[in-house]
Design a protein around this ligand. Sequence first.
Ligand code: PLP
Length: 409
Amino acid sequence: MKINENFAKLQSSYLFSTIGKKVREYQAAHPAAEIIRLGIGDVTRPLPAASIAAMHAAVEEMAHAETFKGYPTDIGITFLEEAIRADYALHGVALDLDEIFLSDGAKSDTGNIGDIFDSANTVAVCDPIYPVYVDTNVMAGRAGELLPDGHWNRFVYLDCTAATGFIPQLPTQHADLVYLCSPNNPTGTAMNAAQLQAWVDWANNNGTVLLFDGAYEAYITEDLPRSIYEIPGAQTCAIEFRSFSKTAGFTGVRCAYTVVPKALKAGASHLNALWARRQATKFNGVSYITQRGAEATFTPAGRAQVRETIAYYLANAGVIKAGLESAGFQTWGGVNSPYVWLKAPAGLGSWELFDLLLNEAQVVGTPGSGFGPAGEGYFRLTGFGTAEKTKQAVQRVLAAFSPAVPQRF
Ligand code: PLP
């Protein structure tokens, strides 16, 4: 027996365990301190009332033989796919029902999509980035070896730094698969139509597949595309991932969907057929109760409740961004995203800023270096806390830095 040796190459994910340890140690040494967590990437508001009512009704259906539902994949129910298709249509995107695949999460789908691609493919990613794209390709043997700078020798790294406004630039090298995430985690930046069009044209010209993660599309408030399929030509080069997690608070309920257009081909092979085969073999569908809850987010009441919750998180992100900028911090995101990405004052590393904020402001954030080597010197705060605590945290951060912030940049 041999194990998949690629697992040995994975770097240990110390990020959240180290954060937890540091916070516990601080709390033990300062029992009276009231720590505010703005590092959290999970939502905190309850599910929309429309979803709760729909899920209660679905539970009741499961209680009676006449309305009981078994394997979701076997009974051919498509009400949720139909609601998703109608939602896309509202944004001018026409999809067939069998181009929409339900799942238990965008994490699973962005991780599992690699199953349908050859391990010899070249993968392009941003740095910093949502770590799942990197780690799943390490597991699949597409990353090669880890270099001293923390990059993988077989990956193509997209130019995506402060100099580009954290917007990924087209690479000069070929890549078979490109992961794009907009609005982005962790940098909070969202791509405009011209930027996405350049990617779609490049992908179509190069036989590249774009793996477009739209987990945060619901946070877009400005006039920016919410779906890659709003861009002409995207149906022949892009797979899109979406989730109810950050949209409607389903992080604990689990429901997402992936769109694989039938126009997307590699030679004679349709990627849609490959993904359908993959999912039919390894996934047994989303629970009926969950699907009813997700469907309810598309009703008028559900949409209003979702909008209200997202507006709440966005307002928090706006408070963080405005507060930090008033003190001289350089920030990105926080407008079409729950994430605010900030540059640590000069001379401070990501973890040094973490320690400083914990010790001097009792505020917990996420060190940017946890999202890739280029995240060093940056920091992520999120709008997922309560409005009250968020305001309090910002005041504390400003007090901790005032009047020293300018000197520290
Ligand atoms: N994609 C991105 C960019 C994320 O930040 C997250 C969660 O943090 C996910 C996907 C995972 O979403 P889900 O809860 O649907 O698995």
